[in-house]
Design a protein around this ligand. Structure first.
Ligand SMILES: Cc1cc2nc3c(=O)[nH]c(=O)nc-3n(C[C@H](O)[C@H](O)[C@H](O)COP(=O)(O)O)c2cc1C
Length: 205
């Protein structure tokens, strides 16, 4: 598939063929591509909990406003953001020259330390970009997906045993679509959402 076709054909799918499974090898291929997502200072804030066990999926569905796709899908992914990813900077930069490490490691720590809002924003940004990569790569490999924010954050955190330095950013259900796909909903025109030079500048046309 051409990349533009992948973008055009990715949809948020709500009904899945529950007989379809996904194996770990396929997940490995998919996440090898997700690993290439961009992140601030390359800190790679994302961690995915792949919920595959039927009982665990059932519980996740309960924590996700009882939305059936969480149980029907082949795998439900809890996309998590790591709040203290900046503490990993030494590990991330271990292969860079000493002079780069000497500059970047303290700089990154100073930038984030003690700034809870920034840490949270960055965790959400990083995890969200990885989730988008996941959805497009999944489509490219023949899978359908659906991003979801309809869940109880605390219940999901408890269920998948997140430690306090992780937040559940969204769920992404992945599987094979079942039934008709509803028509694409309204999209704001480009001229409305792209402004030249300033927010009150002319729209792109
Ligand atoms: C962050 C986010 C959260 C969403 N949460 C849900 C959800 O909980 N349940 C659901 O059915 N769809 C959810 N959606 C899907 C949106 O409704 C969907 O992306 C939007 O209507 C556009 O449809 P499309 O992706 O097929 O173009 C979510 C999408 C995003 C990006």
């Amino acid at each position: 598939m051409e990349f533009s076709e992948i973008v055009a054909r990715r949809r948020s799918i709500k009904t899945y063929d529950s007989s379809k499974t996904i194996d770990r090898e396929e997940l490995q291929h998919l996440f090898a591509e997700v690993a290439l997502s961009p992140s601030a200072f390359n800190l790679q804030h994302w961690t995915f909990v792949a919920v595959m066990d039927p009982d665990q999926k059932k519980k996740l569905r309960e924590a996700a406003w009882d939305q059936p796709q969480v149980e029907e899908c082949s795998v439900a992914l809890v996309v998590c953001g790591k709040l203290d990813a900046f503490e990993d900077v030494e590990q991330i930069y271990q292969e860079t020259p000493d002079e780069v490490q000497a500059k970047v490691v303290p700089m990154v720590r100073d930038f984030y330390r003690g700034k809870e809002q920034l840490q949270r924003d960055e965790a959400i940004r990083g995890a969200t970009l990885a989730a988008m990569t996941l959805m497009l790569c999944a489509k490219n490999r023949g899978w359908d997906t659906g991003p979801m924010i309809g869940f109880d954050s605390e219940a999901v955190s408890r269920l998948v045993r997140l430690t306090p330095n992780f937040i559940p950013v969204m769920l992404v259900v992945l599987g094979t679509a079942r039934g008709d796909i509803r028509p694409r909903a309204y999209r704001r025109p480009v001229a409305e959402f792209v402004r030249i030079d300033a927010l009150d500048g002319p729209g792109l046309s």
